[in-house]
Design a protein around this ligand. Structure first.
Ligand code: FMN
Length: 271
């Protein structure tokens, strides 16, 4: 190394090279990558708590919306305090003492201890695995249950749809259905978000008098002259596969392998 470059040091020597020198080009590219990756990872770490808080607020908003409690001026946190949140254990059909705060149903599904693999016969909603516990959001009026909100998810055409369904105090009449995450095609399967389509769910019955699961999205429009109309929702036009996916996921979560036994017990108790 020359006396001149020793004086400048490594960095100075590199920077004093002509701009078209390949060593300088490589150095600048590597330095730029390093600086950018440090910036991106710092931002990711710093913004994580904010993202988590936004996600939690969005979940609360959706739960309020599916129970008809969300207006423009609703204070989400205050309104959400009306709900009692409990963790439901599918295997025992009872509520657990576990703290629901911080419980992540999606993560739990993938955990060997907290989740289980569904058989192809059970897995009508294309879940693969299901968590052993799920949060249930209960809206009460004194001691009486007014509404119950259940988390639901399942495969549509392109994506897993995540949402909530609310049931009225009879544990049979649907109060609302709402998805907060999916990647179905806007204008086709994405019409699951259309308030007009969502409104069709309100008032529909899930089970018939014999307790059989009857709710479904049909192909085309519901014929209201038929007795079964109360269990049927209009299909999404041009999106039969997403519609079928919604039927499957609703029927899975309200069925025997998920919340069905709890709903049956509560229906008998509410009679
Ligand atoms: C680009 C593209 C996107 C589509 N997105 C959806 C979708 O999100 N959901 C869906 O059910 N069908 C979607 N389809 C249509 C399906 O491929 C299929 O044709 C349709 O579900 C059949 O329903 P239909 O009998 O009501 O037409 C899409 C088709 C194309 C070409």
């Amino acid at each position: 190394m020359s006396e001149n470059s020793q004086k400048k040091g490594f960095l100075g020597t590199l920077l004093s090279l002509p701009n078209d020198d390949p060593r300088k080009t490589i150095f600048v590219a590597v330095a730029l990558c390093l600086v950018c990756s440090v910036l991106v990872s710092t931002a990711a770490v710093a913004l994580k708590p904010m993202q988590e808080a936004n996600k939690a607020a969005d979940i609360k908003k959706n739960i309020l919306a599916v129970t008809g409690l969300l207006n423009d001026d609703t204070d989400v946190d205050t309104a959400f305090e009306q709900f009692e949140v409990k963790l439901f254990e599918f295997e025992t059909g009872t509520f657990s003492d576990k703290d629901p705060v911080g419980y992540d149903q999606r993560k739990a599904a993938g955990d060997p201890e907290l989740g289980l693999k569904l058989t192809s016969e059970q897995d009508i909603a294309g879940l693969g695995r299901r968590a052993k516990f799920a949060p249930v959001y209960i809206l009460k009026d004194g001691d009486a249950i007014k509404r119950v909100v259940l988390p639901i998810h399942g495969y549509g055409l392109w994506s897993t749809l995540y949402g909530f369904i609310s049931l009225e105090a009879d544990f049979n009449t649907i109060g609302g259905l709402q998805f907060y995450q999916h990647a179905e095609t806007p204008g086709l399967g994405g019409e699951v978000d259309n308030p007009k389509w969502r409104a069709h769910w309100k008032g529909k019955h899930v089970f018939d008098e014999q307790g059989q699961l009857q709710i479904r999205v049909i192909r085309g429009a519901v014929d209201y002259s038929l007795a079964e109309a109360k269990y049927q929702v209009d299909g999404l036009s041009g999106a039969t596969l997403t519609s079928q996916g919604v039927t499957n996921l609703v029927r899975y979560w309200l069925g025997d392998h998920a919340f069905g036994p709890y709903l049956k017990q509560m229906r008998s108790a509410s009679r």
